[in-house]
Design a protein around this ligand. Structure first.
Ligand SMILES: Cc1cc2nc3c(=O)[nH]c(=O)nc-3n(C[C@H](O)[C@H](O)[C@H](O)COP(=O)(O)OP(=O)(O)OC[C@H]3O[C@@H](n4cnc5c(N)ncnc54)[C@H](O)[C@@H]3O)c2cc1C
Length: 373
């Protein structure tokens, strides 16, 4: 039977980062993806600067990753009851269609010696000496980076997120509306709250525009399209497709052993914003680096993830609970409009590894006390 040190299931951002990190340890690495690349992935295409930091740490040139797509320096946020803030962000994001981004990342892994094969994984059987994949090959360690509907996660006996910890969103591409160049626009709404629409400029005259809400709200395609039209009137995207987002408010416990879960397969999507690429590349990088531990990889990876993201995950979960009250969201947005440091804290919490800071909380409480401000 074919044997590899590390097999990565899924060649998205988590899988590519895992492959890069595992190759850096000298491991033989095989990436299996059911799709041929380049392939599209339903996404808002927003790439946080911190995701590029992780990739730079893996030796991938951030400029090459985002080439052709200019930085997006501003962010505009409207709260459910209509308070707004628009400011320059501390670190610009980029908007790179996943058709382009994911192929670039997987090419980087290939260039480092990872093998990439087109194959839809169906069965994963962990054993004492390795993990058998579809009865055909054995992995010393297997990284499940196979996204929101992870087969690997199911093979570990771990269920999907419950409906109030799972979002669904629809996205398409539309001509960029006039008037707000270089701005990521987020519009939230009290109706079917928590729900929001976005419009992210790609830099080629188009925006990625979409709308998402919790699965527990009974979202249908018609409801998603209605939300999109209501919150972004005049924006008429085509190529509309929907996909689910497993939120980090319900994460499976990473088991001991030889199978590691990264990215959406590990439910690492930010519950406040739906951002997942930063968490995918970060968890993939940690998983790939721990893969050389063999049977000890699961325990090592679990503690690495806790050390790196534990405080952020607790903060975003707490903020997500608080954000259930639209009045608090209003107050937070007013606080961010009044104080740029609060704005920066909120952005870092929603897009990367930021914490719920005393400054943001105090500003929100002040905003609650004086709603007219
Ligand atoms: C509408 C929408 C908008 C979003 N907007 C943003 C955004 O703007 N910014 C952001 O940071 N995040 C966003 N996200 C979240 C982001 O898309 C995900 O968090 C991210 O793609 C996770 O990366 P991943 O590598 O874990 O999984 P994926 O990108 O889903 O990659 C998984 C890979 O596994 C492969 N695969 C699946 N099953 C198998 C199998 N059985 N065998 C072999 N291969 C398999 C798939 O083909 C795929 O290539 C959005 C999500 C949605 C749905």
């Amino acid at each position: 039977m074919e044997r590899w040190d590390v097999v990565v299931v899924g060649g998205g951002p988590a899988g590519a980062a895992a492959a890069l990190a595992a190759r850096a340890t000298g491991a033989s690495v095989l990436v299996l993806d059911r799709a041929g690349f380049p392939r599209d992935k339903v996404c808002g295409d927003g790439v946080a600067a911190e995701a590029l930091d992780v990739l730079a740490g893996l030796g991938v040139d951030p400029a090459a990753v985002v080439a052709g797509h200019p930085p997006v320096p501003r962010l505009s946020l409207r709260s459910p009851r209509g308070a707004t803030v628009e400011r320059d962000v501390a670190r610009p994001s980029y908007v790179v269609p996943r058709l382009v981004l994911d192929a670039r990342l997987l090419d980087a892994a290939r260039a480092r010696g990872a093998q990439v094969r087109r194959h839809a994984v169906r069965r994963v059987a962990p054993g004492p000496d390795g993990v058998v994949v579809d009865g055909a090959l054995t992995a010393g360690v297997l990284v499940g980076a196979d996204g929101a509907e992870s087969v690997v996660r199911r093979a570990l006996g771990l269920g999907t997120n419950r409906p109030d910890r799972l979002a669904v969103a629809i996205r398409g591409y539309a001509p960029e509306p006039p008037g707000r160049p270089g701005t990521q626009v987020l519009v939230t709404t009290e109706r079917r709250w928590p729900a929001y629409a976005w419009s992210f400029p790609i830099g080629d005259g188009r925006v990625n525009a979409g709308y998402g809400e919790l699965v527990s709200g009974g979202a249908t395609r018609a409801a998603l399209l209605e939300g999109l039209a209501r919150l972004l009137p005049g924006v008429e995207p085509t190529a509309l497709r929907a996909h689910r987002l497993p939120l980090s408010t319900e994460r499976p416990r990473q088991p001991d052993g030889r199978v590691l879960l990264a990215g959406d397969a590990a439910s690492l999507v930010n519950p406040l914003t739906g951002e997942g690429i930063f968490y995918a590349v970060l968890s993939g990088a940690l998983a790939g680096a721990c893969a050389r531990e063999g049977a000890g990889a699961g325990a090592r990876y679990r503690s690495a993830l806790r050390r790196r993201l534990g405080r952020h995950l607790r903060s975003s979960a707490a903020a997500s609970q608080l954000s259930r009250w639209p009045a608090l969201m209003d107050a937070a947005v007013r606080a961010a409009a009044a104080d740029r440091r609060v704005f920066d804290d909120v952005v870092a919490l929603g897009l990367a590894d930021g914490r719920l800071t005393a400054r943001a909380l105090a500003g929100t409480v002040r905003g609650l006390a004086s709603p007219g401000r």
